[in-house]
Design a binder for this molecule. Structure first.
Ligand SMILES: Nc1ncnc2c1ncn2[C@@H]1O[C@H](COP(=O)(O)OP(=O)(O)OP(=O)(O)O)[C@@H](O)[C@H]1O
Length: 608
């Protein structure tokens, strides 16, 4: 091995030629041109590789003898953080009770020294029992709290405002990747803190309508129908997040107590914030924020519906996921509710190492689009990627579907390693660039902006410092050392798209007009309702009046008729009385005559 290395350096052709080695095991699945090649003189035995593992340390920032400590320390003090295009790689140690004596931190220079394994049965490739030194941008020991990790790793990137970036958490299963990225309600991770930071900074400029959106990686204006659809989807998703308020209140309270994020007062700028969330499970991309349809709600009660995977595509060099749900968010709490809602759909499972182990790579996207009144549109994209644990199949004792998942996880992590390795090699090649194999896995396709140097890269390496994880940690550290060496050639610049000025202005005025028209419709509707009520009232009044008048007339008529009738009856009655009177008078007259006649008759008789 030393032979091959010295040959390489003496020949001065470090990376162009492939030099086979009988000592160094190669992963047969790795294409020749992508195999890592050493370019530094290291000790013979450090290069011995066992169990056919992929070796990422060929040109890693690993010094393999105690003499190299000083070199490593000086390298660490000349940290790549001074180069604004360099990848930032941080180390975070998980708090454990049985900490291994193999790991030592040298705070000056942020160096982790790994001694030989304490485990006699270890199959470690560090057979020569030499110390190895890994330097980082910063090292977080077990007692370092979440807020400090955020303040050092992420806050400067966010507060810079114009740089897009990707954050990766990488480590063995159960080493604290998810804890670092998402945390718990009492110990929020970097994602909730970043969301709060972004909203706090832009608090005075958040636009109330989803008028601008990234479509296929390009900022576009939404027409009325699309805007209404976005609003509807937003509401549907937020309504699905009921019952999550308690956790968010605690989370936001904790973040506000630990940070003092400042609002940046900016005139003449409108900010549009969109979020999306995906998981890559067994090399398939799934949308974690797809809105629940009425149909799926019903069918879920009967049997779980198979999920639909999405395609990754590119447009003008920009990667996007076809049909991915992107949600317009107006506040930190809305974003966190959606994040937690999405997390309910992530593939977790219990392994022998972690009872709640992520079985997929998850990426949370935050797109911030800024429209300046000068007509400039700047879109900044933040990706937070929780990589699934790198694991040894023997240690996790996975079988069946867990084994398939583990193989998928390890394959995509291997491709990621090869991409970082190629990017690292390109740093050294002055003339010819090596192709970075980003298209070989879904994970690297989605992270290609960072891997191809178009946006900044931050990696947080999580390590469980116990003897049990010695070998896995060595692989993780070699991997991180490659990432630490990368300096991207292209400086990352904000994309100013002044050609959007007219359309964006139009969108803005159209959005304002929509608001005005909607309020006008509401005003006219209520005015019309009032008028209708008023008309009804008047009509009622008129009807009542006319009925009253008619009644009065009728009453008068009836009274007259009655009076007339009474008069007639009176007259009839009088006539009848008169006739009866006459009849009786005649009768009385007759009777009187009759009496007189009888009287005369009686007198006559008496006289006779
Ligand atoms: N720095 C830390 N402080 C306190 N607890 C931690 C820390 N890091 C990890 N843990 C705890 O360790 C456990 C495993 O962590 P976590 O789930 O984040 O691991 P992981 O690396 O995401 O694992 P996997 O890849 O299997 O999903 C969790 O219960 C978590 O709370």
């Amino acid at each position: 091995m030393s032979n091959s290395l010295s040959e390489q350096s003496s020949l001065g052709s470090v990376c162009e030629e492939v030099r086979p080695s009988f000592l160094r095991a190669r992963d047969p699945s790795v294409d020749r041109c992508f195999r890592p090649r050493p370019d530094r003189q290291v000790r013979l035995f450090d290069e011995i590789q066992e169990e056919g593992q992929t070796d990422y340390n060929s040109d890693a920032d690993v010094s393999s003898s105690s003499e190299d400590v000083s070199t490593a320390l000086s390298e660490a003090s000349n940290d790549t953080t001074t180069d604004s295009n360099a990848a930032l790689v941080y180390l975070r140690l998980k708090p454990v009770t049985n900490i291994s004596t193999s790991y030592t931190i040298t705070p000056k220079g942020n160096v982790l020294t790994v001694g030989p394994s304490n485990d006699a049965s270890s199959t470690s490739n560090n057979k020569n029992k030499m110390e190895q030194h890994y330097s980082f941008s910063a090292v977080f020991e077990s007692n370092v709290k979440q807020d400090e990790v955020y303040r050092i790793c992420i806050a400067p990137r966010i507060e810079n405002q114009t740089d897009s970036f990707t954050v990766l958490t990488y480590g063995t299963s159960g080493s604290g990747k998810t804890f670092t990225l998402l945390g718990t309600p009492n110990h929020p991770g970097i994602v909730p803190r970043a969301v709060e930071n972004i909203f706090r900074m832009n608090a005075s400029n958040i636009y109330p309508q989803p008028a601008l959106k990234l479509e296929k990686g390009t900022a576009c204006i939404l027409d009325d129908d699309a805007l209404a659809r976005e609003e509807h989807m937003r509401q549907t998703l937020l309504e699905s997040c009921v019952g999550m308020n308690a956790d968010h209140e605690l989370l936001e309270k904790t973040i506000k107590a630990e940070h003092d994020f400042q609002t940046i007062v900016q005139d003449e700028v409108s900010v549009f914030i969109w979020i999306s969330f995906v998981e890559i499970y067994n090399e398939l991309v799934f949308d974690l924020l797809s809105p629940p349809s009425q149909h799926s709600k019903l069918s879920q009660q009967m049997a779980p519906q198979p999920r639909k995977s999405l395609k990754v595509a590119t447009n003008d060099g920009k990667v996007f996921i076809q049909g991915l749900t992107s949600v317009y968010v107006k506040s930190c709490s809305e974003s966190l509710k959606l994040l937690h809602w999405g997390l309910q759909h992530v593939s977790y499972a219990s392994t022998s190492i972690n009872s709640n182990s992520s079985r997929s790579h998850c990426i949370f996207f935050i797109d911030v689009i800024k429209y300046y009144s000068s007509g400039v549109v700047v879109d900044t994209s933040y990706k937070f990627c929780d990589l699934a644990g790198s694991e040894r199949l023997s240690k996790t004792r996975n079988i069946g579907s867990r084994l398939t998942e583990a193989k998928g996880i390890n394959t995509s992590l291997m491709t990621l390693g090869r991409c970082l390795d190629a990017a690292n090699n390109n740093k050294k090649l002055k003339t010819k660039s090596q192709v970075i194999p980003v298209r070989e896995s879904k994970l690297t396709m989605l992270l290609q902006a960072a891997l191809l140097g178009k946006e900044k890269l931050t990696m947080i390496v999580n390590v469980t410092p116990t003897d049990l994880f010695y070998e896995e940690n060595m692989n993780v550290l070699r991997f991180s050392a490659i990432a630490k060496n990368i300096t991207f050639k292209q400086p990352v610049k904000p994309v100013n798209k002044s050609r959007y000025s007219f359309v964006v202005e139009k969108a803005k005025s159209a959005a304002e007009e929509i608001i005005f028209l909607r309020s006008e419709v509401e005003r006219l509707t209520s005015e019309m309702q009032y008028r209708l009520l008023e008309q009804e009232r008047l009509l009622r009044q008129e009807l009542v009046g006319s009925f009253e008048q008619k009644l009065a007339e009728k009453q008068k008529d009836y009274e007259l008729t009655l009076k007339r009738e009474l008069q007639i009856q009176q007259r009839i009655h009088d006539a009848q009385i008169e006739s009866l009177k006459r009849q009786y008078e005649n009768k009385i007259e007759d009777l009187r005559e009759q009496y007189e006649e009888e009287e005369i008759e009686r007198k006559r008789r008496t006289l006779e």
